[in-house]
Write a protein that binds this ligand. Structure first.
Ligand SMILES: Cc1cc2nc3c(=O)[nH]c(=O)nc-3n(C[C@H](O)[C@H](O)[C@H](O)COP(=O)(O)OP(=O)(O)OC[C@H]3O[C@@H](n4cnc5c(N)ncnc54)[C@H](O)[C@@H]3O)c2cc1C
Length: 437
């Protein structure tokens, strides 16, 4: 093949595609490529999530500043982008419920965090039990946080649309192409695809989702970090349940220090309802089935035992949590019971169809702790985005703009202009908004 590119982005998820969208809008004479091993973009996590455009109330502004800021701006950006391209977007809100007195304190904290992260008085309100009963009579809870500035989307469709825009700006999308090796050769990156084709790049951007840590390690970056993969499974609810609630319902997580929540009652953008996701430990970012997990079990266990993940996986609380997640994978009623705590009307026997599972890859540091925020690592001619988890889809557009701006300011990749129009926005104005908050 033998092709030369200025920038190669590894990963055609929502993040890699959003980065290509901005880079190609600002750099009309530069050659940008996105490499994706699957047959289409958003084939993995970006197309297998809950589809919520999350308001930033769950994120501690001190520990998850970047995620919170990106989620705040992501809401209006997706609203504008979907309007421009006539894509599905609904401002349908979300309700977070407290099931006991302890949970009410957590809701009060979320209300404070939400406002610190930019939400206004009419975006978020705390409801007592009686107020909540009037709004959602089927929901059993002690109190609730009604977040009005929250929405539902279809991130797979958004990513495909961004790919189309990027292609029109000249970006090459090399699909069905797995990066099998990366090496420096004569001052450039030689990237081998599917173990045979070769392309060359001056800068590599690693936006490889569940493989981002492995690719960073291959380039000698972030070697003290490792990752653990969790499969989030869903069950589809029958049509008769479509009007049980007006809004999606989340519950205060039992273990807030772990990087996932308890299963929710979800109303998707098309109006269908689902239960999920749980978070079952698996051994690969593609561990959707037994065959893949069996194949990857031994190497992943050895990797984890030889790294900081050892402390996490031998932690008693983590083991208990993992066991309960595994149980909710093996037994449908165990999963449904977690949602019945606040929506008692649902009956596991009526729920028969599985939804599409997605996998999150959480980064663990050498002290055995889960990293709370996204990790950005600069190297001489490569840039790595690790731990890009929820609400990563919500924040993908502003976060990608932040990265492109960072590459420009750090000298890793100086864009030709910072003033170009990208869809409904002027790039410099997006950056100004991000920097001011
Ligand atoms: C169960 C679940 C529910 C979620 N719900 C929400 C939600 O409601 N709202 C929200 O905002 N966020 C949600 N998220 C988080 C969100 O989906 C992710 O943060 C986001 O999709 C990550 O995007 P990405 O582009 O970084 O990764 P990915 O979508 O994983 O993309 C990375 C891509 O890189 C490719 N790749 C990797 N290695 C190679 C290689 N060697 N060669 C070629 N290609 C490679 C992969 O094939 C993949 O397509 C959820 C996540 C999960 C798991």
């Amino acid at each position: 093949m033998g092709k030369n590119f200025d920038v190669v982005i590894i990963g055609g998820g929502i993040l890699g595609t959003s980065i290509s969208y901005f880079l190609s809008s600002l750099n009309k004479s530069k050659k940008v490529a996105v490499i994706e091993q699957a047959k289409n973009v958003a084939f993995h996590t970006s197309g297998r999530n809950t589809g919520k455009v999350h308001a930033p109330y769950l994120y501690n502004p001190e520990k998850k500043k970047l995620f919170a800021n990106a989620a705040f701006h992501g809401f209006e950006m997706w609203e504008e982008y979907s309007k421009l391209h006539d894509l599905p977007f609904k401002k349908d809100g979300v309700i977070e419920v407290a099931l006991d007195k302890k949970g009410i304190k957590v809701l009060e904290k979320y209300l404070k965090w939400g406002k610190q992260n930019g939400l206004e008085e009419n975006d978020i309100e705390l409801l007592d039990k009686a107020e909540m009963k009037k709004i959602e009579p089927e929901i059993k809870c002690e109190a609730a946080l009604y977040v009005h500035r929250d929405g539902s989307a279809d991130y797979s469709t958004y990513t495909k649309s961004l790919m189309q825009d990027s292609k029109e700006n000249g970006t090459s999308f090399l699909l069905d192409s797995k990066v099998s090796e990366i090496k420096k050769e004569n001052g450039k990156w030689k990237i081998t695809l599917n173990k045979e084709d070769e392309i060359f790049a001056s800068l590599v951007i690693n936006a490889a989702g569940g493989e981002a840590v492995d690719i960073a390690h291959e380039l000698g970056v972030g070697t003290k970090l490792t990752d653990v993969h969790f499969r989030g499974e869903y069950w589809r609810a029958p049509k008769q349940y479509n009007n049980l609630t007006k809004t999606s319902i989340y519950s205060v997580p039992e273990f807030p220090d772990y990087p996932f929540l308890d299963p929710h009652w979800i109303i998707r953008v098309d109006g269908s309802c689902e239960i999920g996701p749980n978070a079952v430990p698996v051994f690969s970012p593609y561990g959707y089935d037994k065959t893949e997990n069996f194949k990857t079990f031994l190497p992943k266990m050895l990797e984890m035992i030889g790294s900081g993940a050892r402390k996490a996986i031998f932690d008693k609380q983590f083991q208990e949590l993992a066991m309960s997640e595994i149980q909710s994978s093996m037994s449908k009623s165990a999963m449904v019971d977690r949602v019945r705590r606040f929506l008692p009307k649902i009956d596991a026997d009526k729920i028969t169809e599985k939804g599409t599972a997605g996998i999150r890859s959480s980064v663990i540091n050498d002290k055995g702790k889960f990293e709370p925020d996204v990790i950005l690592l600069d190297e001489e001619s490569s840039f790595h985005i690790l731990n890009y988890n929820s609400p990563g889809a919500t924040g993908a557009l502003p976060f990608a703009a932040h990265i492109v701006n960072h590459l420009h300011n750090s000298g890793l990749f100086a864009s030709e202009t910072m003033d170009a129009h990208c869809g409904p926005w002027k790039f410099s104005e997006i950056v100004e908004k991000l920097e001011n908050k």
